[in-house]
Ligand binder design. Structure first.
Ligand code: NDP
Ligand code: MG
Length: 395
């Protein structure tokens, strides 16, 4: 790539967005910010626009666009609103690379727009791949879109696979992909006590600072379940080729086991700026602002098998992956509804898994080989989960 890499950062105001801009700001000679998007946190977006002077900023609706436009008078940033604008900035001719860091199903259509426009796509928005893996990956191969994983586990697997990996694990001598998981804040909490845990406790992750939705997903281990499905698509892995290992220190970000007995892993301090810098600069390496790993300080690393009674969401995700079709999209949608209800104090923590399980049972199986079918599955999953919530309140 000649000249500076021109970036659109979708979800700039979130945890991944902030880390991305931190890396970008360390390398002004390499990166130029063309577009930033946010949703509710307009103050953060305004400050980011003043600092990085993108050509475009995108928010959710026209009232917010008006407010942000007034706040940015004289900055030279054009403020746009809505989903079509998100898709538009993701596909701009003057953009080389799109960071897809919107949370949840809302990220699907702009991320897909970036893929269809053949941009280099840095994928944080795992939900897009969980919902629409087949449609998404078909577009990636049709367009030859460079797709780099930001999720720390998948970035670690990517780094531990041969550079020539072309979607055939067996041909590269890979036996298994091992995804590590911290086990979250409730790894050792007595199971009976889980009924009482609060959103604040669930969001207090021991090793990572993240958005609230993914923090709850980490506590339930649905995050790892979504990542298993993400790995299925990114690495063309069968369910039996993916294993989850609890590793409470979050130093080994994931591993690849080869047929000759070798296991390759990527290690580092738990800081998302490492995978972000890796993907931004790939195949080069740049400073991410992350402290070097001090193995003497860490001392020892631990590993455990996940307890599926404690983490039923992990089983549900494997179940949805094996069922295929619309099941992963239904799982994802029901999870989004249940997590939101938990965060708002309307659902007890153990009921998150129950609502998802009941939603998977309620929605009839269907194929999801078109985007329309994926969106229908997403709607059906949401309706089923909302129905369960209403029924609980009525009883
Ligand atoms: P945050 O909640 O911190 O940020 C989410 C971003 O999406 C914000 O910019 C938010 O805008 C925007 N957003 C929310 N809803 C909408 C919507 N309906 N339309 C458009 N934009 C919207 O999440 P994270 O940064 O933690 O996570 C982002 C993605 O990255 C998720 O898919 C997550 O799973 C994934 N990921 C995150 C990791 C992490 O360490 N945080 C690690 C690995 C993956 P606003 O804030 O202005 O409302
Ligand atoms: Mg992860």
């Amino acid at each position: 790539m000649t000249g500076r890499q021109r970036l659109a950062i979708l979800g700039a105001t979130g945890s991944i967005g902030l880390s991305t801009l931190d890396v970008v700001a360390r390398h002004p000679e390499r990166f130029e910010v063309v577009a930033l998007t946010g949703h509710r946190r307009l103050d953060i977006l305004a400050a980011q626009c003043r600092r990085h002077r993108p050509r475009y900023a995108v928010v959710g609706d026209s009232a917010d666009a008006k407010r942000l436009g007034e706040a940015l008078a004289g900055v030279g940033t054009e403020v746009l609103a809505g989903v079509a604008a998100l898709e538009g900035v993701a596909a701009l001719p003057e953009v080389d690379t799109v960071m897809a860091a919107i949370v949840g199903a809302a990220g699907l259509s702009p991320t897909l727009a970036a893929v269809r426009a053949g941009k280099k796509v840095l994928l944080a928005n795992k939900e897009a791949l969980v919902m629409a893996g087949a449609v998404f990956m078909a577009e990636v191969s049709r367009r030859g879109t460079p797709l780099l994983p930001i999720d720390s586990e998948h970035n670690a697997v990517f780094q531990s696979l041969p550079r020539a990996f072309d979607g055939n694990l067996a041909a590269c001598g890979v036996r298994k992909v091992l995804l590590t998981a911290s086990g979250g804040p409730f790894r050792a909490t007595p199971i009976e006590a889980l009924a009482e845990v609060t959103p604040e406790q669930a969001c207090a992750h021991p090793n990572w600072v993240m958005g609230r939705k993914i923090s709850v997903d980490s506590a339930t281990m649905m995050n790892k379940g979504l990542e298993v499905i993400e790995a299925r698509w990114l690495f063309n892995a069968m369910p039996d080729q993916i294993e989850v290992v609890i590793h409470p220190e979050s130093v080994i970000h994931s591993l690849v086991q080869y047929v000759d007995g070798s296991v390759l892993a990527q290690l580092g301090n738990p800081d998302m700026r490492t995978p972000i810098a890796h993907a931004l600069a790939y195949p080069e390496r740049i400073d991410a602002g992350v402290a070097p790993l001090d193995l003497f300080e860490i001392g020892r690393l631990n590993f455990e098998r996940p307890d599926l009674r404690r983490f039923p969401c992990l089983s549900l995700a494997f179940q949805a992956l094996r069922a295929g079709g619309n099941a992963p999209a239904v799982l994802n949608a029901a999870n989004e509804v249940a997590v939101e209800a938990f965060l708002e104090g309307r659902l007890a923590y153990p009921d998150i898994a129950q609502v998802i399980a009941a939603s998977l049972d309620a929605v009839p199986a269907a194929a999801t080989d078109t985007l329309e079918a994926v969106l229908a599955a997403d709607r059906a999953g949401r309706e089923a989960a909302l129905g369960m919530l209403l029924a609980r309140h009525a009883s």
